[in-house]
Write a protein that binds this ligand. Structure first.
Ligand SMILES: Nc1nc2c(ncn2[C@@H]2O[C@H](COP(=O)(O)OP(=O)(O)OP(=O)(O)O)[C@@H](O)[C@H]2O)c(=O)[nH]1
Ligand SMILES: [Mg+2]
Ligand SMILES: [Zn+2]
Length: 310
């Protein structure tokens, strides 16, 4: 029987099959033994073949179909190991909040370059606009304008506003979308608003630290009654990146990719090289200093993780 993995706990996998029912499956031993840099051989979104195994007396995943795409992050437990967050997705929706919790541009950029590298179109959704005062709204608008200028789709919403939920529905309809972001930004709250009846657990952000409580513990895919699927994921503290070569990174910054053919050296890394079109663009304000700072920070990370791999 064919199905789609909608939840993976590491020992059990919930698989949604053709008639809409969900079957808890185990993984055939062979997959666990396969050599892999990934910490999880099966991810949410994987299309699989399952069979009722006579010997084990349970449903097992027999075969994993090739992935159309997938998105990974560095495993927080084992640096250098990759964790596949989800596969076969149409888009990612990065939920950000200016406050409670604060989402930094560095975090946004790390997510965006990973999504660029894996060819996953990404939309930025700034949630909790109801919490922002005048000054903060101006600040948020500045960040939003920056990303709009680069070419990303950007929304500002409140989970409590029916109109905002309606515009989010239009974004998500008939697609399989990954909801990502820090703990506490409101991923599960938004899922509940989009699909009444889900009743996912949510918890208040700590007033003391301004951080979320890591309420969602496993990624899970839910069907939307207006068409499509969403994957709610556990909040991540940092979006570690690994496995990239330093010379790749420029290509994943859309606006750097655009100007770098004009650099004097074809292997320019846009750090200290002479006649670098990227540095010129930063000086002239065509590339934002914040994005360039993110670029340099990611280059430093990539270099240090590269060394570990050698
Ligand atoms: N004021 C306000 N609060 C919101 C909004 N969206 C979510 N919240 C609150 O933010 C808190 C955290 O929401 P969750 O949905 O648990 O956040 P999450 O992103 O799923 O967090 P993790 O599961 O830990 O990753 C809850 O108390 C929500 O009620 C919003 O638009 N405005
Ligand atoms: Mg959650
Ligand atoms: Zn350059």
């Amino acid at each position: 029987m064919n199905g789609v993995v909608i939840k993976s706990t590491g020992s059990w996998y919930d698989v949604r099959v053709g008639d809409g029912s969900v079957i808890a499956c185990r993984l055939k031993g062979i997959f666990r033994l396969e050599e892999s840099k990934d910490t999880n051989p099966v991810a949410v979104g994987d299309r699989v073949q399952i069979e009722n195994d006579d010997i084990e007396g349970a449903w097992v995943i027999e075969k994993i179909e090739d992935r159309q795409n997938y998105i990974v992050r560095t495993s927080p437990k084992h640096k250098g190991a990759r964790q596949v967050i989800a596969s076969n997705i149409d888009q990612a929706v990065l939920i950000c909040t200016l406050a409670m919790p604060r989402t930094s541009m560095g975090f946004i950029d790390r997510f965006l370059i990973t999504a660029e590298a894996y060819h996953i179109p990404t939309t930025l959704v700034f949630n909790k606009k109801d919490l922002l005062g005048g000054k903060e709204l101006v600040k948020q608008q500045g960040v939003m304008d920056l990303y709009k200028g680069i070419g990303y789709d950007v929304y500002t919403i409140s989970a409590q506003e029916a109109d905002d939920i309606a515009s989010l529905k239009a974004l998500l309809q008939n697609k399989t979308s990954l909801l990502a972001g820090h703990s506490g930004v409101g991923k599960s709250t938004l899922a509940n608003a989009l699909q009444p009846g889900l009743q996912l657990r949510t918890s208040e952000v700590s007033r003391l630290t301004g951080k979320g409580m890591h309420t969602t513990t496993f990624a899970e895919m839910y069907q939307l009654n207006f068409g499509g699927n969403i994957i709610d994921t556990p909040g991540v503290r940092e979006f570690g990146i690994s496995g990239f070569a330093p010379e790749e990174i420029g290509q994943y910054f859309v606006e750097i990719r655009e100007v770098m053919p004009q650099c004097r050296f074809t292997n320019c890394l846009h750090e200290n090289e002479p006649d670098c079109a990227v540095q010129h663009a930063v000086v002239e304000g065509r590339i934002s200093e914040q994005r360039f700072t993110s670029y340099l920070g990611i280059m430093a990370d990539v270099r240090s993780s590269f060394k570990r791999w050698e």
